[in-house]
Design a protein around this ligand. Structure first.
Ligand SMILES: [Cu+2]
Length: 74
């Protein structure tokens, strides 16, 4: 796994799914470990569409099928 500092390209009319085991969003060094069922908001930044607010819901086992997270906490 490697960070994608240049961002993810989403071609017109296509869909990119972010999920464990594939391209995913990772919150590094959270202030506290989120509890199952907890919700929190974040903002996704798109180059052309601008900022889009989303709400995440913490689910148990979300990283069960993910790849190696060496160097950081999933
Ligand atoms: Cu990761």
């Amino acid at each position: 796994m490697r960070p994608v500092k240049e961002g993810i390209t989403i071609s017109a009319g296509s869909t990119v799914k972010l999920e464990p085991g594939a391209a995913h969003i990772m919150f590094e060094k959270p202030m506290q470990r989120p509890a199952e069922g907890e919700k929190f908001k974040a903002t996704l930044q798109f180059e052309k569409a601008g900022p889009v607010e989303v709400e995440f819901v913490v689910q148990k086992g979300a990283t069960a099928n993910s790849d190696d997270h060496a160097g950081h906490t999933p």
